[in-house]
Design a protein around this ligand. Structure first.
Ligand SMILES: CC(C)(COP(=O)(O)OP(=O)(O)OC[C@H]1O[C@@H](n2cnc3c(N)ncnc32)[C@H](O)[C@@H]1OP(=O)(O)O)[C@@H](O)C(=O)NCCC(=O)NCCS
Length: 181
């Protein structure tokens, strides 16, 4: 449908229901790497589960809410970025991301999330974009920092995972924080 170059051989494209089998294959490479850091409903084990995730985001996009884009490299789906939430009425959104291990370290997610941020704040006129991550997710927090976000606070023990509750950081950038474009 469309392709945006991310540099480093990466491309951002819509990730839609018809990609279910490809998304499931990708999850086989990414599952254990992402499991501790993302919501449990994202970590599915079957093509039907992958399709249900894509369907949920497609329904969100149809309602101008949550939506998902994939990152491809060398013709292979290697990760993605999403609006976990998006509200034009409230003027705010939350971004999320993931990569399979082999695709880390090339700036792909920073570039992709930057495109989503530009779309939300510049094109759609939202005022606030958030990034929430487990407080010990150093790589995720580094992306938020590279996107120009500020660490606004820590939600204590807000993230349950396998019987332990972890702190969660809230990062955000406001449209007025960014240089005029
Ligand atoms: C969070 C996650 C997507 C970050 O991946 P990442 O590769 O560190 O992030 P980017 O794609 O933006 O790449 C940044 C890395 O590429 C390097 N890089 C190379 N070229 C770059 C460029 N042009 N721009 C920015 N960074 C570049 C950076 O130095 C950095 O590497 P370093 O941390 O070793 O210094 C990944 O660790 C992941 O999938 N984790 C599991 C799931 C997860 O935590 N999701 C987020 C939930 S909140």
């Amino acid at each position: 449908m469309f392709t945006r170059s991310l540099g480093a051989g990466g491309e951002l494209r819509p990730l839609e229901v018809w990609h279910a089998a490809e998304f499931a294959d990708h999850l086989d490479r990414a599952r254990e790497h992402v499991r501790p850091w993302v919501g449990p409903s994202f970590v599915t084990d079957t093509v039907d589960g992958a399709r249900a995730t894509l369907r949920r985001y497609a329904d969100g996009a149809a309602a101008d809410g949550a939506r998902l884009c994939g990152i491809w490299s060398g013709g292979r789906l290697v990760g993605g970025v999403m609006f976990v939430s998006f509200s034009a009425a409230a003027g705010s959104c939350e971004l999320g991301c993931w990569l399979e291990p082999a695709a880390q370290g090339r700036g792909l997610v920073t570039a992709a999330a930057g495109l989503l941020l530009d779309w939300a704040l510049d094109e759609r006129g939202l005022h606030r974009a958030e990034w929430r991550c487990r407080a010990d997710n150093v790589r995720s927090a580094a992306v938020a920092r590279r996107l120009g976000m500020t660490l606004e606070g820590t939600l204590r023990e807000a993230w349950p995972y396998r019987g332990t509750r972890h702190d969660q950081q809230v990062w955000a950038v406001l449209a007025t924080d960014r240089p005029a474009r």
